[in-house]
Design a protein around this ligand. Sequence first.
Ligand code: SAM
Length: 271
Amino acid sequence: MPQKPALLKPSKAQVALWLAARPRFWPDFWRRTKQNIAGRMLPAPMGQGREAATAWAQDIAISEADALSRLGLPIAADMATAHQNLVARAMEIERTSAETLGGGGGINLIFRICEALRATTVVETGVAYGWSSLAILASIGPRSGHLYSVDMPNPMLRDTGLTGAVVPKEMWDSWTLVREPDYTGLRKILRSLSQIDFIHYDSDKSYLGRAASYRALWPRVRSGGVLMSDDITDNTAFRDFAVEVEVPPVVIHSEGSGSAGSRYVGLLKKP
Ligand SMILES: C[S@@+](CC[C@H](N)C(=O)[O-])C[C@H]1O[C@@H](n2cnc3c(N)ncnc32)[C@H](O)[C@@H]1O
């Protein structure tokens, strides 16, 4: 099989040009322009970068079992055990796909949380191959739940039809996928939702992009519901948001899915 090209990370200028060429994405284009200016004006110690965020996460990280216990959630079977065939199929699809998409979230943890919460209404940002979507749908499907996802495809991709490729077609009836930037896509999704059981955040990794989406999503999380954010060591947005909403953050060094490596993820449980 020919070598698959590595994931190309677009520069800020490439994303800006891609958005500017699509009038329906202009609201996000303007948001980013303003964000770039505002980002330079954040007072210290807010808006710190990778070094401060990593030191903080390393300091407070605990095991997955301890994290679930601290959140008061029972430990359910994990995705790999409960849905061995779905996971094997997904790995094969990722392995043989023509292009490299963004790294998969931790399906075992995501599945366990959805199971423990008996989740039926779930929102996620960032789909790529759809590992996290697969784990969520595998859990909420039997409870007739629904997943709402937002994903703006990487502008460097040739085939945007690969978004959600690892999710079997029969699961798509329980899935609304909005193929837009978070900024406009989440507004559409949140228009019809008042109570969310679980949120998985894995899209725009910039400080102000995260801050804006966390703030939009958090008020809709039901009491006892959970917000999980991936890659929290990119910057201190997750740490700062936990302080803002006065909720003790739970941090895990967690495995990724498919070809993705491990990373720090953060969890907040709504009081
Ligand atoms: C790390 S991948 C998501 C992986 C996925 N959660 C999984 O478990 O397979 C990030 C995805 O978010 C998308 N993305 C990046 N910035 C975005 C934005 N501002 N709005 C919406 N999607 C965005 C990327 O194009 C990519 O598809």
